[in-house]
Design a protein around this ligand. Structure first.
Ligand SMILES: Cc1ncc(COP(=O)(O)O)c(C=O)c1O
Length: 375
């Protein structure tokens, strides 16, 4: 008999537990009939801004659109360079390209897998308009260093917080540090909708106003279009669901952190490289990513034991066919390239049971001690 499946993420159980509450809220939206930019959107925007400790939040169609519109609101366009890292989801670089700007990449840090501030300084030039650090896997990037350099050079900072709802540095939530921060509500995120959604968080009223305009055809008053915009609104239905789920976010993040601590403890005396979390950071473990040699073999072995895993991400951005025109090649970002071959994301979600974590860890340790998985 095959062993019980352990998924990478379990969205079904999470929503089953909330189905009555979500069902009621959906009925309210249907009865109200304002399906776009309705009152649930306004209320959710206020609640999410307050959760982040920020002045404004503007709901949009996705995390990708949040990045795109935030960059545009900060006047990024053709002729500008925008710096980000090769170790992120493709949407980060696509947002830069969609503005007509040129993406410039800097390698990541060998320990945190996040933008390496030591490499950033040399990449900033007179053309640099903005920096997009990514709080990847749920861990904040080194915002003190990055924002310090940005301020010195008069460059904007847009935080890609799509994987980091609720993460903080010295108690300050991500979104506090940059000119704007962008979150995704893709279903598997720490705070996920029942479909696509995203939000831009900012303290800057002008940026907030401009994102609000851009998401709705550049409209500044009914059928009055101040500038060419886009159709990228957060649906009332999604906002209503997100209002229900936001109440549970801190609890879910605590469960993720406990799961990560258990994995860390189980891997303690093994050759497995566990996530490095800076003591000043509150990591929210959107993903629990370890590093091993022979990663593909481990993934196959775990799949054979009914344990689902992921790779985030197998091809660094500078080696993607879609970014070819920017002239990067193999060898340009050695840390990101090494990581792409060695990282593997283990099952991680709120409600993941202790025996399941123990079973996953046991299988990984067995593999690494067999001599095939030492990084
Ligand atoms: C780091 C990062 N940036 C941007 C995005 C884009 O978000 P969305 O899928 O909501 O467009 C994601 C989502 O997968 C992400 O993980």
């Amino acid at each position: 008999m095959s062993e019980k499946a352990i998924p990478l993420v379990d969205l079904v159980s999470q929503h089953l537990a909330l189905s009555d509450e979500i069902g009621r809220t959906l009925s309210d939206v249907i009865a109200d009939g304002s399906f776009t930019l309705g009152s649930p959107v306004k209320m959710f925007e206020e609640e999410f801004a307050s959760y982040c400790g920020a002045r404004h939040a503007i709901g949009v169609g996705s995390g990708s659109d949040a990045l795109h519109l935030a960059l545009r609101a900060l006047r990024v366009g053709p002729g500008d360079d925008v710096i980000t890292t090769p170790n992120t989801f493709i949407a980060t670089i696509e947002a830069i390209i969609r503005c007509g700007a040129r993406p410039v990449l800097v390698d990541v840090d060998e320990d945190t897998y996040l933008m390496d501030p030591a490499r950033l300084e040399g990449a900033i030039t007179g053309r640099t308009k903005a920096i997009v650090p990514v709080h990847l896997y749920g861990q904040p990037a080194d915002m003190e260093e990055i924002c310090g350099m940005a301020a010195e050079h008069g460059v904007k900072v847009i935080e890609d917080a799509c994987q980091a709802h609720g993460a903080s540095i010295n108690g300050m939530k991500v979104s506090h540090f940059g000119d704007a921060a962008c979150f995704s509500f893709y279903p598997s995120k720490n705070l996920g909708a029942l479909g696509d959604g995203g939000i831009v968080v900012t303290d800057d009223s002008e940026v907030a106003e401009r994102v609000a305009r851009l998401r709705n055809h550049g409209e500044s008053g009914k059928y009055n279009h101040a500038e060419p915009g886009f159709c990228s609104r957060l649906d009332s239905i999604q906002a209503a669901v997100l209002r229900v789920k936001l109440k549970y976010l801190d609890r879910w993040n605590t469960e993720r952190r406990r799961g990560a601590e258990l994995y860390n403890a189980l891997f303690k005396d093994s050759p497995v490289v566990v996530p490095f979390c800076k003591p000043s950071n509150d990591h929210v473990y959107h993903l629990y990513v370890i590093r091993v040699e022979n990663r593909n073999l481990l993934q196959e072995r775990l799949a054979g034991r009914n344990i689902q895993t992921g790779i985030h991400y197998p091809i660094p951005l500078h080696l993607q066919p879609s970014t070819k025109e920017y002239g990067y090649g193999r060898g340009d970002f050695p840390v990101a390239e090494r990581l792409a071959d060695q990282i593997i994301s283990l099952p991680m979600f709120p409600g993941l049971r202790k025996p399941d974590i123990e079973r996953v860890a046991y299988e990984v340790i067995e593999f690494s001690l067999s001599g095939s998985g030492v990084a």
